[in-house]
Design a protein around this ligand. Structure first.
Ligand code: ADE
Length: 255
């Protein structure tokens, strides 16, 4: 997969993405990252990339032409069709399902804005999709682009080693639940002991316990992700037992 970053700080994103699983995906040639700086496509001595907003107000707006030229250069660098994504708080939320969809594409171009935003005409003409990584405001799209790169790269076939399989992650399993808790050695520690079921060697029991923990955690922490009435009978029984064990103190917080 090829991902092009259009940004005033393309090295920043590349550096963020240079470690761990994403770095390894690049070493394994599963992922190629390329940066394009709109400033390299800006005119004049000052290589201006922004200007004041029409209508007044604070901040600066990124100019159409340097961004457009950088995007065109990125597109022309490879014949594969690219989905162009603009990162902004106004975008649709990035979800695990969206990351999966993007990981199936041959090419992405991630457009990072700075300042107050980007001239809307550029977005309307060149952008296929707008994504947000959460309901908070960053000072630019670069961190969000790095989040997209990371979430997508780890889903590319061969990026994770078997032991890291993404299938067990939060949001990935049956029903899109949160992940269960994990433990490693030592069994006994001043901070507590490992739940005995995990030491039992009984794989069916362990799977049941993990499923139950996932259900319970999701119910308590992210009630927006779980609908008791739509759970299977088996899952509902597991959840009810989880809540009963907590003494019935399991009503999800009011949404
Ligand atoms: N740029 C600024 N804030 C952002 C956010 N929350 N998500 C994506 N891009 C952004």
């Amino acid at each position: 997969m090829r991902i092009d970053l259009v940004s005033l700080f393309p090295e920043f994103v590349a550096q963020l993405a240079g470690h761990g699983v994403v770095g390894r995906a690049q070493e394994r040639a599963l992922l190629a990252l390329h940066g394009w700086n709109p400033r390299d496509h800006a005119e004049g001595n000052y290589r201006r990339v922004d200007d004041r907003p029409f209508g007044g107000g604070p901040g600066m707006v990124m100019l159409i032409d340097p961004l457009r030229a950088a995007l065109q250069a990125a597109r022309a660098a490879d014949p594969a069709p690219a989905r162009v994504i603009y990162l902004s708080p106004q975008g649709a939320p990035l979800t695990q399902a969206k990351a999966r969809e993007l990981a199936g594409l041959p090419r992405l171009i991630l457009l990072c804005g700075r300042y107050e935003g980007v001239d809307e005409r550029l977005l309307a003409a060149e952008v296929d999709e707008e994504l947000s990584i959460g309901d908070y405001v960053l000072s630019g799209g670069e961190l969000a682009a790095a989040v997209v790169v990371d979430a997508v790269a780890r889903l590319l076939p061969g990026a994770l080693n078997d032991a890291e399989s993404a299938a067990q992650d939060s949001f990935e399993g049956e029903g899109g639940l949160l992940d269960c808790p994990h433990y490693t050695r030592p069994v006994e520690h001043p901070l507590g002991s490992v739940p005995p079921v995990l030491l039992s060697g009984n794989h069916a029991e362990i799977a049941r316990w993990r499923r139950q923990q996932s259900l319970g955690r999701t119910w308590l922490r992210r009630p927006d992700l779980i609908d008791r009435d739509r759970l299977s009978k088996a899952d509902r029984a597991l959840l009810d037992a989880f809540l009963a064990e907590r003494g019935g103190r399991g009503a999800p917080p009011e949404a």
